[in-house]
Design a protein around this ligand. Sequence first.
Ligand code: 5AD
Ligand code: SF4
Length: 473
Amino acid sequence: MAKQFSGNVFDKVQDEQRQGEVYTLEATAAGKKKMYLESYGCQMNFSDSEIVASIMAENNYVPTTALEEADVVFINTCSIRENAEQKVRGRLQVFRQHKKLKPDMTIGVLGCMAERLKSKLLEQEKLVDLVVGPDAYKDLPNLLSQVESGQPAVNVLLSREETYADITPVRLGGNGILAFVTIMRGCDNMCSFCVVPFTRGRERSRDAHSIIEECRDLWQRGYKEVTLLGQNVDSYHYTAADGSENVNFAQLLALVAQIDPGLRVRFSTSHPKDITDEVLHTMAAYHNICKNIHLPVQSGNTEVLKRMNRTYDRAWYLNRVEAIRRILPDCAITSDVIAGFCGETEEQHQDTLSIMELSGYTMSFMFKYSERPGTLAARKFEDDVPEEVKSRRLQEIIDLQGKLSLLSNEQDVGKTFEVLVEGPSRKSDEHFCGRNSQNKMIVFPKGNTQAGQYVKVKVERCTQATLLGNLVD
Ligand code: 5AD
Ligand code: SF4
């Protein structure tokens, strides 16, 4: 799916795992080496790819979209579910065919799969020349020299400090309007189903000054929206080395929002156990902090949540939803949902359906449970929900989300929203599309507007996925 990077996580109802997006900047300078980089997985991975491109640019590499021309081929990988890894293996076979025609081509695996499988990718599977984990990208130039001298190279060391705060990411494949800014790395939560704490290491927060500088620089370069990224943004906490400054997530949000009222601020992902009323009040205080919270529930049943080690129960989650509704009445809530976790009964599955309805999600990412080697769940519980039951439950979850999305969109018909114009709509050159604060996509006839502008659009009709409207003064 070499689709244009629209820069938004929320436009795919079924699968947030982005696949195989290839940079669109072509090599510009003669005499430079060419890097082909394909990225899979979550938004953090795409953000990391921009860091990799920056490190490579410093070392005389320019991106190319032509695989056959590349001196170096990188694949930035995802391990979250088995099928994500399968796709990467398929691509590695394709790269191998290219290498047969161009033997001096270097093939490198980056990201979560590199971290999970380490040197196995070199030794047992003999698929690649280079294996680099998410905290080792600064070592890429050394590792590439090692490969050039004929030695395969691996660096999968995880760090407690690395945040790449000193690297200015090269913005690739974007539209110059939306950008992603990583504010923290790693995760300390240890949800029992999740491989991320093993592949991305311990949680660490990036220096608040460098985040604000990056966002200010983006604003000055014409960007209109930043999304602050982290596995668990609510536990962001920056403390200056001398202890003189402390910045929590609510304070960081306010600082970014203050850069300019014209700069929209989004963030992802929130953890239900950590999202505070302070964050909600900060969102209420700033018009430019978008009113959308991605608050993954995973399951609606307290016993399943316990086995998942999510550290909240059904009542706690519903209390957080109630707080959002009270403090931010116009806020959209989106979620991640897992069908068929170990030991999930039919009644427990019904609790997931009912919490989805009670929370009124505008959109969810929905998955079948996929056992990941080495995780707590793989060690402690049997993956005992039969495949056909998982599929049926997932389908029920998808069907319900479809209804909830449609219901929510129908309630918006007749309302007028401020929309940040992103560009032409997928279906028609005569129409533009953009998102409202709630992150809903709105399509409207272009008129005299331009990408990057804020416009007012009155919604006239809707589908499950989109609002359709007309410009108003
Ligand atoms: N199986 C299925 N879904 C998973 N996720 C994480 N690990 C697994 C797994 N082993 C989902 C969760 C998480 C999202 C990023 O991916 O819903 O929030
Ligand atoms: Fe995985 Fe849980 Fe951390 Fe999210 S919060 S990355 S699901 S361990």
